[in-house]
Design a protein around this ligand. Sequence first.
Ligand SMILES: [Fe+2]
Length: 296
Amino acid sequence: METLCLVLIILGALIMANNIVMYFFFAKNMHDIIFSGKKKDEALLSVGMALLVFFLIGYILVGIFADRYIMTSLILFFGSIYVSVMLLITSKLIFSSKKKSIEIASVLIGVIDARDPNLNGHSQCVKNVAMLLYSKLPLPIRMSINPVSLEFAALLHDIGKLGVPESILNKPAKLDDEEWKIMKEHPKFGVKILEPISSFNQISNWILYHHERIDGKGYYGIKENDIPLAAKILAIADTYSAITMRRSYKDPRTHEDAIKIIKDVAGTQLDKSLVDVFVAIPKDELQKCIPEQVKY
Ligand SMILES: [Fe+2]
């Protein structure tokens, strides 16, 4: 009986240690634009972690020093399983609510895009391509960018075009200098539109700088490492989508054309290391994530 009690306590401690790892990733994944990021919520997450560590120490102390009763051992063992189950349920619920939020945002953006023949399906395309590129990046880079935030930023990157007159958006010819000046304001308009949603502040710089170039010749003259990594990912997805989709002033170009152009501007317009990852993505994988209405 003594041995059974010890085994239950050791198993419980191992499960509790696993819970701490699970909780670490759970808390890390909460740092996105849906989670408010408020200090109160951060404090709650820290309290949760502190309690789990406290329980694990308790398991170890009971295992080593206390008299081992079967009831105590069973409670400790099933207690750790209970924590695992609750963590799994909470993670699943949060994941599904985030998925629903993204679906709602996708529908709204689809409606906004549909009013502009030059944008129809573009935001969805940029989102899909950006997330595909993200999935191909090395783990340490992926760890530095929250995928839910990136998905929202990609979907909403051109929301500022709502502030650009339709006569400019739909012009079936090249824009003149004055029109370009207004068009170049769209990242700023986007930030302004999203300003009332405080948790979106996290991604506002990604949206603001999605037209920046590595050589500093982009919309607002930001260059190299001053451009957020997520904005560099958006820029590649945006460029690919812009080249391959039909616009009122140009015919669509092929996947091969897009890859050639993207390679040519690596290091000047687009980030070279991200381009290297992007051009290695097989054509059919990229084509699969292009929305039907954008396909040529
Ligand atoms: Fe844009």
